[in-house]
Design a protein around this ligand. Structure first.
Ligand code: URA
Length: 196
């Protein structure tokens, strides 16, 4: 079985492959940093957001702005921190002016996200917002399935996906904020059930 260090080495190699393959050249040319993801390369939980914003682009790290602060608070409520999980995005360069990622940008990065998941082998993938949910659970509505564990299959890969609202959308919406926290706090129970 691959160790945490083996997995980190593979993730580092994947980063170089993204650069060598010139993935999303248009976005790359306007970005400061490639934001591949950060955290525990052997995590049980991987979060997948949309795309880096200004702060993330400057620092080369995911979720370091206001939405990231909220994510940290949620993790703390579940007695976790960033070192326990892995956090990434479906699109790994900042779209100009924080516009929504385009379908073709998500499509270009999708194989690299799947590769990250094949390396890390998490128990649960948590999608944050509809852009990453759409790819894992096409045709589903986040308002109807948030917080529910869904089993999906890609080729030989089996995944449990839990779609959550995006922390940026929930930041200034008290009801959605509490729903997001409640959904997230139910994830350890979902993992415990998987292990029964
Ligand atoms: N929003 C995202 O979806 N990802 C980030 O990394 C930051 C904000």
């Amino acid at each position: 079985m691959a160790t945490k260090l083996d997995k980190q080495v593979q993730l580092d190699k994947l980063r170089q492959i993204v650069l060598d393959n010139d993935v999303c050249r248009d976005l790359a040319e306007q970005a400061t940093n490639l934001v591949m993801g950060a955290g525990n390369s052997d995590a049980d939980i991987v979060f997948v957001g949309e795309a880096p914003g200004k702060k993330e682009d400057e620092q080369g790290l995911p979720f370091v702005g206001a939405a990231g602060k909220f994510l940290n608070e949620m993790l703390a409520q579940a007695n976790m921190d960033r070192g326990d999980v892995f956090i990434t995005n479906i699109v790994k360069y900042r779209p100009p002016n924080n516009r929504d990622p385009l379908p073709e940008e998500k499509k270009e990065f999708w194989p690299y996200l799947l590769k990250q998941l094949q390396i890390i082998q998490p128990k649960v993938v948590i999608t944050l917002g509809r852009h990453s949910m759409e790819y894992f659970l096409p045709g589903m509505k986040i308002s109807q399935i948030h917080g529910q564990a869904k089993r999906i299959k890609f080729g030989d890969e089996k995944l449990i996906v839990v779609p959550l609202y995006h922390p940026a959308a929930a930041l200034y919406n008290g009801g959605m904020r509490q729903t997001l926290i409640d959904d997230f706090l139910s994830v350890p129970k979902i993992i415990a059930k998987l292990e029964d």
